[in-house]
Design a protein around this ligand. Sequence first.
Ligand code: SF4
Length: 150
Amino acid sequence: TTALDVTIQAQILELMGEMKERYNMSVILITHDLGVISSLCTRVIVMYGGLIMEEGTVDDIFYRTGHPYSAGLLASIPKRSREKLVPIMGTPPDLLNPPVGCPFAARCSHAMKLCREYRPELTQVGPGHKSACWLHNKSVKIHRKEVWPV
Ligand code: SF4
């Protein structure tokens, strides 16, 4: 729906919602539009560099954010017209030569040496809520005295 004006976008999303109900089916939306996600989705998978960074309900992702990349996406939403945007600095990884550690490490303000050397696994951070970040690892938390919000 990226190239559509807001009225056509709303009509298409409404039609998809009607078809979902009529045929009792599931719909997978692939989008960067956080407004569409918050109004239409139940479960969200946040991907970066071809990998799952976080998975959970819409409330998990928006209100109990478990991954620095998801937090960066949420922070980059324009709030008021005159407010300065908060971008995620840097560029995505080269997937022809993917990084060995966390794919978000080059752009993450929390990145540690560990992140660049080892890829974090997707781990449970709440009921039905998973995140792939070393900040959730108990020994990392103790060492850094840092607890990620979840
Ligand atoms: S694993 Fe490290 S680099 Fe990756 S998101 Fe977590 S803190 Fe940032």
